[in-house]
Design a protein around this ligand. Sequence first.
Ligand SMILES: NC(=O)c1ccc[n+]([C@@H]2O[C@H](COP(=O)([O-])OP(=O)(O)OC[C@H]3O[C@@H](n4cnc5c(N)ncnc54)[C@H](OP(=O)(O)O)[C@@H]3O)[C@@H](O)[C@H]2O)c1
Length: 255
Amino acid sequence: MERWRGKHALVTGASAGIGFAIAEGLARAGVNVIGCARNPSTLEELGEKLPPGSGKIFSVKTDLEKEEEISALFHEIQTKWGHVDILVNNAGGGKMGSLESQSTEDWQQIFQLNVLATSICTRETLKLLEKDGIEDGHIININSVAGHSNTALTIDGIGFYSGAKHMITAISKNLYTELAKKKSKIRVTSISPGIVSSRVVKQYKEALGENVKGTALDAVLLECKDISDAVLYVVGSPPHVVITELTIVPSGQIY
Ligand SMILES: NC(=O)c1ccc[n+]([C@@H]2O[C@H](COP(=O)([O-])OP(=O)(O)OC[C@H]3O[C@@H](n4cnc5c(N)ncnc54)[C@H](OP(=O)(O)O)[C@@H]3O)[C@@H](O)[C@H]2O)c1
């Protein structure tokens, strides 16, 4: 990771869950982290508790479902830091519901956050890297095992989300190919976790109460740090190594 020390990473959805752990992991490795979320106050607290030698944490309040707010985020990045060397497209998720009955509004929200925000942040990051003549960047998309199999996890109500994450699988692979054809050294990685004990999963488990018994959530789950460690592994691998896809599940989870 030494070659990334002092460089900048943008982590989307960095105020909680997996994104927060990734922001902390990168900062502890000496990378300056720009974390965005709608309520980024937890990031300010994180910045204060990091040990000496860590990278700095900058938080930018952004609603990634609004393109004008993404534009403002990248305007701030360009003005203050020129570009980011690493982009972690982490923000994602969305309401659960059946494909027979879920609202169009819910689908628009899931598509906007999981697919469009990821694609816009990627495009804008690549533009800034090109502008500054930076050849050594890394785009990481936090995908899901639900982005590879529509029967993943045997959880009901994730049909549209699973479809959106399938797009992330396709987009990640196509971006890798586009860049490789240009002989770009910018790497692209899709990380596909099984169930992670993040903020949203803890809330969902609580809401299920006793009904959690016998579901996929009633088992050993991944910790957010497991995904952060995976990010450090793929980013820290030698420049000629591209980990295009990394699937991580808690032991015993069927996917
Ligand atoms: N947890 C799992 O089991 C699991 C498994 C596979 C893949 N994943 C993927 O991992 C990623 C992170 O999920 P998670 O479980 O850590 O979720 P989480 O606990 O709900 O955290 C989501 C993060 O995204 C931010 N966010 C949500 N909507 C946003 C918006 N419109 N604009 C800006 N930021 C927004 C939230 O902050 P604010 O609320 O402050 O905006 C929060 O920081 C997602 O892409 C998810 O699909 C999760």
